[in-house]
Design a protein around this ligand. Structure first.
Ligand SMILES: C[S@@+](CC[C@H](N)C(=O)[O-])C[C@H]1O[C@@H](n2cnc3c(N)ncnc32)[C@H](O)[C@@H]1O
Length: 489
């Protein structure tokens, strides 16, 4: 900012909706300039509408991050119409930083440059797919500055600085600069940034997480994607959400609570958190251990009959729930009988929805189901489930998991069922010499590196003939992306 004020020939226009904020900006500008900045107290989109054709050499912005529904109707309508006139189709999930960004871009002169504070979800969310395509077509060079530590700890949202240039003479493409924290910005070596390799911008809607990789790494994963021998997980299994109780603290209970109310015989075993699974198999002794440890393993599920016909112990527990008004919550209210949780089926396996270290599939050897914190899996092939879940634990699938899943700060990687389905999953051939019980034990002891060594060797090197060098590269991609994510707490 200081640099802009250093040129007093600059004419700066700043637009801010709230009067109090615009007064702050005015004060700040007064400290720096001698009247070159004009602070306008207005809706940005309305200002734009009233000043068609006005262009700028540089746009700098720190837009609000607000979901579409929460943005005031009149500003939203204008913003959406303007985006449509640029050929974009925003939907209900669009966050309001999107129109601020693309409309600002459209205000630039031929050699214009743009700098904005943007949530890092630009890299990965579906609603920004169209924006990624727009930016990659509109700008010749994009530089993204990311921070290893969260910049605004109070909003718990990872942000990046997005720097875009319309016309450049060299180094076209995209590059990512990773800094430790905000302080590192002041000592940023601009000359060094110009030496950084720019990667070709793919003009498609793919996630940008891949640009954290070197060109060689991107190319390796692209070639793996084209390897016809490797199917996506969805070919082998269906992944669906877990059951929705509508009120976990009423429906999901531990053994003590079930016994206190005398309702244990009216419950079903259900896994409700990732920590219910220790290994890659969930068997009756795991379930028993969870019960003994007083985890919330039981779903209250009385007979599906009218209240009057229910056993008295169930009536009593339901009455307690009604006293707490749990029956009035939306999910419960819309049911025929609020206390009957639907869709309590027993899956072949589970897939974690949120992972800290790495994704995994867990075979279900019990009669347990899961709540919607854990996805339910049904295998579609006659292959032994053990073969599928061990196959999952390889460096290639892990590398892709970091690109396919999403992380919003906090270190956790989240998968929707469709995203589990999109993971490339090479499969061990039946008869491969692998000791499943030994792998399960290693996982329980959290010795994932040893597991990867075993599965990579059998599956990627011996069976699929990938070179040791390529497999090491897949491993290092996974390690790099996952430690980058986990450090962002
Ligand atoms: C992330 S804050 C940035 C505040 C300050 N300019 C800064 O950089 O520290 C986003 C600002 O955008 C303003 N804002 C929200 N909607 C707006 C709109 N439709 N037009 C102009 N400004 C808006 C908010 O009032 C808020 O001050």
């Amino acid at each position: 900012m200081q640099a802009l004020y250093d040129y007093d020939s600059y004419r700066i226009k700043a637009i801010e909706l709230l009067e109090v904020e615009s007064i702050k900006a005015r004060r700040r500008a007064d400290e720096l300039d001698d009247g070159v900045a004009q602070i306008i107290n207005s809706d940005f989109f309305e200002y734009r509408e009233n000043h068609p054709g006005e262009q700028f050499d540089v746009v700098i912005g720190n837009p609000p991050f607000i979901r579409y529904q929460n943005f005031p109707e009149e500003h939203r309508t204008r913003a959406i119409l303007m985006m449509q006139s640029l050929g974009l189709q925003p939907n209900k999930l669009t966050n309001i930083w999107v129109p601020f960004l693309v409309i600002s871009a459209s205000l630039l002169t031929e050699n214009g440059k743009l700098a904005m504070v943007i949530p890092a979800e630009l890299f990965q969310v579906k609603y920004a797919a169209e924006t990624r395509v727009f930016l990659s077509n509109f700008f010749e060079r994009i530089t993204i500055v990311t921070f290893k530590r969260l910049v605004f700890s109070d909003i718990q949202q990872e942000v990046v600085l997005l720097l875009c240039e319309k016309e450049v003479q060299e180094n076209r493409g995209i590059r990512v600069v990773e800094l430790e924290d905000m302080e590192a910005l002041s000592s940023l070596d601009l000359a060094a940034i110009h030496q950084l390799e720019t990667k070709d911008l793919a003009h498609d809607s793919e996630k940008w997480t891949k640009y954290f990789m070197e060109t060689e790494e991107i190319n390796l994963l692209r070639s793996v994607r084209e390897d016809k021998r490797i199917a996506l997980a969805k070919v082998i299994m269906d992944t669906n959400v877990g059951l929705v109780t509508g009120r976990n603290d009423f429906f999901m209970i531990d053994a003590k609570t079930a016994d206190k109310w005398g309702i244990r015989e009216y419950t079903r075993p259900v896994a409700s958190r990732s920590n219910h699974f220790k290994g890659i198999v969930f068997n009756s002794s795991d379930l028993e251990a969870n019960i003994v440890n007083q985890l919330d393993c039981f779903l209250f599920l009385p007979p599906d009959v009218d209240f009057d016909q229910l056993p008295p112990v169930c009536q009593e527990y339901i009455r307690y729930g009604e006293e707490q008004e749990f029956n009035l919550g939306y999910k419960c209210r819309i049911r025929k009988r609020w206390y009957i949780t639907p869709s309590v089926y027993i899956p072949d396996g589970f897939a974690l929805r949120q992972v800290g270290d790495y994704p995994k599939i867990i075979i279900n050897k019990t009669n347990a189901s899961s709540t919607d914190t854990i996805h339910r899996v049904r295998f579609k092939t006659s292959l032994a489930p053990e073969l599928i879940e061990v196959s999952f634990l390889n460096s290639l699938t892990f590398a892709f998991s970091e690109i396919t899943g999403r992380s919003y700060g906090g270190g956790v990687l989240t998968f929707e069922p469709t995203e589990i389905g999109e993971l490339p999953l090479p499969l061990l051939l039946p008869g491969t010499d692998i000791n499943f019980a030994a792998i399960d034990n290693l996982i329980r002891e959290r010795r994932i590196t040893e597991v990867l060594d075993i599965v990579d060797e059998a599956l990627l090197i011996r069976q699929l003939s990938y070179s040791i060098r390529d497999v090491n590269k897949m491993r290092s991609i996974w390690e790099k992306l996952s430690s980058r994510r986990q450090n962002r707490k």
